[in-house]
Design a protein around this ligand. Sequence first.
Ligand SMILES: *Cc1c(COP(=O)(O)O)cnc(C)c1O
Length: 384
Amino acid sequence: MSSRPAKSAAYVARTRPVVPPIYQSATFYLDDLAYKDIQEGGLREHWYSRFANPTVDAAAAEIAALEGAEAAFMTSSGMAAIATTLLTLLPGRIVAARQVYGDTRDLLVRDLPALGFDVAMVDATDLDEWAAAIAAAPTAVVYAETLSNPQLDLTDLAALADLAHAAGAKLVVDNTFATPYTVNPLRHGADVVVHSATKFLSGHSDVIAGVVLADAATVTEIQKRVITFGGCLDPHAAFLVWRGIQTFSLRLDRSCATAAALADRLAANPEVVSVRYPGRADYSRAEIAGRLMRTGGAMVAFTVRGGDARALAVMRRLTVASEATSLGGVETLVSTPFNSSHFSLTPEERAAARIDDGMIRLSCGIEEAEVLIADIEDALATTV
Ligand SMILES: *Cc1c(COP(=O)(O)O)cnc(C)c1O
């Protein structure tokens, strides 16, 4: 039987890998610093991987740098980041945008009310509605997505932060769709940013992960709940997130440029009724996009002539883009909200949420732009 690896300790101490190793260890040798950390509740030393793990910390540090955040903590999924953040900042009323990711909507309209929390939903683009809902009762949390799924409605973060702070509430922003490449919500007044790191941050559609970003004290409070609710990230998954982030800006350079070119070509196509892309002059909230976003981003939504049946036919003709849920990978993914993310809404409810009959949501990958655009133009031309 071997004992502790005393001989290799010196070697490990002077080994400096360029890439963070996967610390596939649930627990770590205790020493005086670790005991001190345990006793002070500092949660920084590495002694048990549900509390902190070096590989997971490495991924968090990369994302904190991208978002300009003081601190970050990784979670097992985007939903773990969102649910744990909200349960940390409550009790109190939560006022949230109606235009949110489907599972976030279930959390807000089904699960949090079942736990006794007061939740109000408003139109993300209507500041009067936000103000009225925040004023109606003491509000703890205001929740919005920078860019909504799938309408690409843009939230005026600075104005919403002012409303939230005047009422003593915290603004929590899901920045998954916009990404830190186009906007850093913490610089526009958000108190907490959450991400599905599954999407653009990791970028290869090979891992489920989430992250919470804020000032150090707030992140520590959320970390304490990740510890008790249990949604910590596995070190192997954290390694994939870390590796994906190394090419984040390169991927987004390409994806955003392709998305902008694609949006222009679609807008000129007679088979397309409308295009929603924050980088275009005809975008509904172009003035706010100009203030908030560095580029139009990598997501495009467009509506084809002939409604949802035609949209489905167009999607099925594609050979470069893939029909799949999720987004933010190196491969272009398309989906139609009517039969996926928003299938449970009636046609009237979808119309009220500005989800057009015939809308296709597209997440731009890193394929050659002309190849991707030709694929979509061919599908439009052959399904007339
Ligand atoms: C995917 C997604 C989530 C959920 O993230 P998971 O990593 O799948 O748990 C939350 N918000 C938005 C905007 C998303 O796109």
